[in-house]
Design a protein around this ligand. Structure first.
Ligand SMILES: [Cu+2]
Length: 84
């Protein structure tokens, strides 16, 4: 089991945190997700035999948010989010 701390960008309210939480929980191999709106961080526990940190980042990006340090995503610009 691995723990990954993702810096999530674009979250502005509790709805955003639950969107990100659900997106990560749906990802295969993920066993636990904690998202902090104030810190802009998602702590994800996952099985490294099933998934990878790249896939976790893709899940966040797929939900319309960004992950700091990910190429191709505008780190300070949300693609959508729940309240925009
Ligand atoms: Cu929101």
């Amino acid at each position: 089991m691995q723990t990954e701390l993702l810096k999530v960008t674009g979250m502005t309210c509790d709805g955003c945190t639950s969107t990100v939480t659900h997106a990560l929980e749906k990802a295969p191999g993920v066993s636990d997700v904690k998202v902090s709106l104030s810190a802009g961080e998602a702590t994800v526990q996952y099985d490294e035999r099933i998934t990878s940190s790249d896939r976790l980042k893709s899940a966040v990006i797929g939900a319309g948010y960004g992950v700091e340090g990910t190429s191709g995503a505008h780190s300070h610009q949300s693609k959508g989010g729940c309240c925009s």
